[in-house]
Design a protein. Structure first.
Lengths: 141, 142
């Protein structure tokens, strides 16, 4: 039976100059963004939510709840990768969609200007009407 | 192709007096209530009040409930408050042990507590129940 350590735990157990962790990586304070958008016959496109995140912010959770008309498709990510946190799903779910669903999106660290705002992409071919509510949890320090 | 913005992002980009956001609406500090209750032949239609009294203005951003199989007949479990007993979680079967995330309603998503009938999280059970229930609720105030 093997006993191994995660990247951060390994650094914690060997506290030297090269192993100083970024603020918030362990025992970080969780902050939350809430936002909503009421779509009325919205064409396909992008919905930008919440504030501009600082470089270094670590996204720990993205949740969406919506009651939009069916036959639309949403993803949640950044302008760089609109499906980074939630892969494509059909609207009218009326239930919580919880991300990140991808390894790449899990504990994603914001790096610059094309990934510092959460984006919902509406890729359906029909006009979308309904309410979308989003919650984003992240840590900075 | 449309490019639109959420209600709060719209206000952030137009920082006028009318657009001042409530504390915590963006970049709010997340707080967490944890509580547990172990039912022993709890009567049908019982209510279980959990955790602290939330302040008006608190935004409930979600949580999860874990429960054992709560017995026979299997009660449905809802999560809400005195104002709306299934505001956060609509009727959920408890025949087998599970962990369920909430809210599963758009109305309960990022719900802002307004007053005296919605400031204590309440679990309701539709039938007699026995077993442990654990609740974690996250909210922001500032």
């Amino acid at each position: 039976m093997a006993t191994v350590y995660g990247v951060n735990r390994t650094k914690i157990l060997d506290p030297k100059g090269n192993n100083i962790l970024d603020p918030g990586l362990v025992s970080g304070r969780v902050r939350s963004i809430t936002d909503s958008y009421v779509a009325v016959a919205l064409t396909r496109g992008y919905i930008y939510i919440g504030p501009t995140l600082p470089v270094g912010a670590i996204i720990t959770e993205v949740t969406i709840n919506e009651n939009c008309t069916s036959s639309n498709h949403l993803t949640v990510g950044t302008s760089q990768n609109p499906a980074l946190f939630l892969a494509i799903f059909n609207t009218s779910r009326n239930t919580l969609s919880v991300g990140p669903q991808t390894v790449a999106g899990a504990n994603y660290v914001v790096t610059g200007t094309s990934d510092n705002c959460i984006v919902i992409e509406n890729s359906g071919n029909v006009l979308m009407t309904g309410t979308i509510k989003a919650t984003v949890k992240y840590i900075v320090d | 192709m449309a490019i639109v913005k959420g209600v709060n992002r719209t206000k952030l980009l137009d920082p006028s007096a009318n657009n001042i956001l409530d504390p915590g609406a963006v970049s709010g500090r997340v707080r967490c209530i944890t509580d547990t209750y172990t039912a022993v032949i709890l009567a049908s239609d019982s209510a279980i009040y959990m955790g602290v009294t939330l302040p008006a203005g608190a935004i409930v951003i979600g949580g999860k409930v874990s429960y054992a199989a709560l017995g026979t007949p299997c009660p449905d479990l809802t999560i809400g408050d005195d104002g709306d007993s299934d505001r956060y979680l609509t009727a959920t079967q408890t025949s087998t042990a599970a962990t369920v995330v909430f809210p599963n309603t758009v109305g309960g998503t990022n719900y802002t507590v307004t007053g005296t009938t919605d400031n204590i999280i309440k679990i309701s059970l539709s039938a007699s129940a026995s077993g442990a229930i654990k609740l974690e609720t996250m909210y922001i105030v500032d």
